[in-house]
Design a protein around this ligand. Sequence first.
Ligand SMILES: Nc1ncnc2c1ncn2[C@@H]1O[C@H](COP(=O)(O)OP(=O)(O)O)[C@@H](O)[C@H]1O
Ligand SMILES: [Mg+2]
Length: 265
Amino acid sequence: MYPMIKIEGVRHAYKTPSGPLPVLDGLELSLNEGGFVAVVGPSGCGKSTLTKLVSGLMKPDEGKVMLHGEVVTGPRNTVGMAFQNPVMLEWRTILQNVMLPLEIVPNKLTKAEREDRARHLLALVGLTGFEDKRPSELSGGMRQRASLCRALVHKPEVLILDEPFGALDAFTREDLWQTMHKVKENEPFTGILITHDLREAIFLADQVIVLSGRPARTQYVLDVPDTGPRDLDHLYTPEAAEMLAVLRHQIEIAQGRASAEEVAE
Ligand SMILES: Nc1ncnc2c1ncn2[C@@H]1O[C@H](COP(=O)(O)OP(=O)(O)O)[C@@H](O)[C@H]1O
Ligand SMILES: [Mg+2]
């Protein structure tokens, strides 16, 4: 059995007017089907670049990105994405926004089935009653919930979340973490979560990867033990404190590498 996502020896540099900017150098990742990995690392180290490689929007200079053992060669519609600032179409209702991928990605669903699917997801994230609202009528947290539904509506093999909760206040964010667990139970997916929040990483993911400063390599991999259904109290246990301390230390090392390079530049 191939891992769902496998990244091997990936190197990549952006071409810029002042010469190549090496962004990734020695990126490794392996994730089995149904796994959920959180990726943390200093700002600008190449996390969003990693998501573009997995979704096939970019090809690496060197190394391989594979889904199901197949090298990714172009954009894939079997990937769903959600970002920090969800782009919603204001002239469409929330329901119509969530249904959008089903109008783009080939599928055999009838109009009624598409609508049922979208309504089912909106109910799952607690947005029943908001189907006919416009995006601007929703709070930031609600828009993020709708964005999650839109990313999942076509049952993607891989769900990529690039700092989706970064702009939300702490309580809204914690509500969304719990919603994520509920969603994962009901709509199984293989996920990559980019985040700056270490508590979020250990609460949601079963593996946390720390990237070094730019150019990023996989610096550290933490396996989060499966302790059954997670609740927020779990974040205050000694085991969680220990994991957070390890990750914080790794981030300090990663930032050290970044600042050492900035001095050298
Ligand atoms: N298309 C691009 N062309 C040139 N440089 C880019 C491009 N996209 C990103 N970068 C640069 O590459 C580095 C990594 O970017 P990114 O992957 O977005 O980092 P992160 O998501 O970890 O903050 C940053 O320094 C960014 O400015
Ligand atoms: Mg980014």
